[in-house]
Design a protein around this ligand. Structure first.
Ligand code: HEM
Length: 458
């Protein structure tokens, strides 16, 4: 067996706790909690991160600092956000948490901070998710969505669980290829879920234990990681240039000089990145979408009439009711509620000097729900997106902005629109509970304990 194809355990990429405790960034000149209030705030973040980000905004406005040991600023101003994500993007690299995610996906697109190799990979991967490429997947996605509920019948179910199963089925087919056995698909599902949870929890620990300490969680992580690598390696060894999966396309992709764009190890990192980055993002967005239209029956009816009477390319020109509701869903429930970066060099935001190594945190969830930027911010009002300029504004960033914005945006929007069209033509959605469940930021933004709905056949 080729060395690259041998299963290997996750490297412990995290810089040592010792090094972390020694890094000190001077941030006292930026307002924020200090002394006992600082400790109280950190506890609030550990209890409910979304409430804590909202409270920090209400207390301090557009910028707040959390000096050592967090070495962080939190920004809430569209102007600062544009500077960090776009104008000065070469200075604001991906934040420290990518070190944790690297334990699973190595140096894939989302975790790569080396500009030259990232640029090359981004160019090759963008081609796999451009309009033509996405169009080539629509039939496959439609067919999976149309057949998902089998013999359609009235039922009460957790739409969150169902959307996770459906989008995972699509991910296996499109990203990994139809060759995957059910047993291997389940291994991938369990591994992606478990490793996402562990890496996410480690991001919030001040001093996470190295992976080589044999705790039960680390041993389980190691087993899942080995399963994941084993399955992907098996697919790599079987792949051919004729396959239509993204994995095969990456393995046989050529760069501008006609050379292989990715080695096998690089292609594996990229496919794991894509599996992780797309894991649950579309599923949770769809969950909130169906919950919101179940609550707002008038909007559901308008979308139903639109998809019933329209049979053209699925885009926001042809299906404004559907897409406006999807944009509005992502305003209230962005799958990644918080973005982050780290300053490579010293810089300036407004009147503030930002020292080298400052962690910059951008809670888009708070911005997208702030009274300061939106009328009736907590209401579900899809018609506000009739003004398409909103999609370009820096108060609305569900897919981020700048060169590191989501490379799978078109794929995700198309996939979600196909699923919505397929399901809404078949079923009428009602909430089983009185209201929508509490949201929770855990890996991505999800309903705390699922979202039960009643599906009635149309
Ligand atoms: C509703 C669905 C999705 C949402 C809301 C979403 C959101 C995001 C966001 C906010 C980022 C940027 C993070 C940052 O700036 O730090 C991102 C990056 C990324 N996303 Fe998505 N995503 C979604 C679906 C997908 C899908 C389906 C794929 C794969 C096909 C994907 C692949 C990626 C990759 C590879 C990156 C890293 C890009 C880079 O750093 O160059 N995403 N996504």
């Amino acid at each position: 067996m080729n060395n690259l194809l041998k299963p290997q355990f996750a490297n412990d990429n995290r810089k040592s706790s010792f090094k972390k405790i020694l890094s000190f960034v001077k941030l006292d000149h930026i307002p924020g909690p200090r002394g006992f209030r600082y400790i109280q705030s950190v506890r609030e973040f550990q209890k409910n991160i979304l409430n804590a980000f909202t409270q920090t905004y209400l207390d301090y406005g557009h910028i707040a600092s959390f000096p050592w040991p967090m070495n962080s600023i939190i920004i809430y101003s569209p102007e600062y956000i544009k500077k960090v994500l776009v104008d000065d993007n070469r200075n604001y690299i991906k934040g420290e948490q990518i070190e944790e995610i690297k334990a699973v996906v190595g140096n894939g697109l989302a975790t790569n901070n080396d500009h030259q190799s990232w640029l090359k990979a981004r160019a090759a991967i963008s081609k796999q998710f451009n309009k033509n490429a996405v169009n080539s997947f629509t039939e496959e996605i439609s067919s999976i969505a149309d057949n998902f509920f089998g013999e359609a019948k009235n039922s009460d179910l957790d739409i969150c669980e169902q959307m996770k199963l459906l989008t995972f089925k699509i991910a296996c087919q499109v990203f990994l290829g139809g060759d995957l056995s059910h047993k291997d698909a389940m291994k991938v599902n369990d591994a992606v879920e478990f490793t996402s949870i562990v890496t996410y929890e480690r991001i919030f620990k001040f001093f996470p234990l190295p992976y080589w300490v044999p705790t039960p969680t680390h041993l389980e992580f190691s087993q899942h990681y080995k399963n994941l690598i084993h399955v992907v390696n098996k697919l790599i060894s079987r792949s051919s240039a004729k396959d239509s999966s993204i994995l095969s396309k990456l393995l046989f992709a050529k760069d501008d000089n006609g050379q292989k764009a990715f080695t096998e190890k690089e292609a594996r990192d990229e496919i794991l990145t894509i599996m992780l980055a797309s894991h649950e993002t579309s599923a949770h967005t769809l969950t909130w979408f169906f919950g919101l239209i179940a609550k707002h029956q008038d909007i559901q009816e308008r979308i139903y009439q639109e998809v019933l009477n329209q049979d053209q390319e699925l885009n926001d020109q042809n299906y404004p009711e559907l897409f406006n509701a999807l944009y509005e869903t992502m305003r209230l429930y962005p799958a990644f509620p918080v973005l982050s970066r780290k300053a490579k060099k010293k810089s300036v935001l407004g009147d503030y000097h930002i020292p080298k190594n400052t962690n910059v945190v951008i809670p888009i969830y708070v911005l997208q729900r702030a009274q300061e930027f939106w009328e009736r911010p907590l209401e579900f009002e899809p018609q506000r997106f009739q003004d398409r300029e909103l999609l370009k504004s820096y108060k609305y960033l569900p897919y981020s902005r700048g060169p590191r914005r989501c490379v799978g945006e078109l794929f995700a929007m198309t996939e979600m629109a196909i699923i919505i069209k397929s399901l809404i033509l078949k079923f009428h959605f009602n909430l089983l509970d009185k209201d929508l469940p509490q949201d929770e930021a855990f890996v991505s933004l999800k309903p705390k304990d699922g979202l039960p709905v009643k599906l009635l056949l149309r």
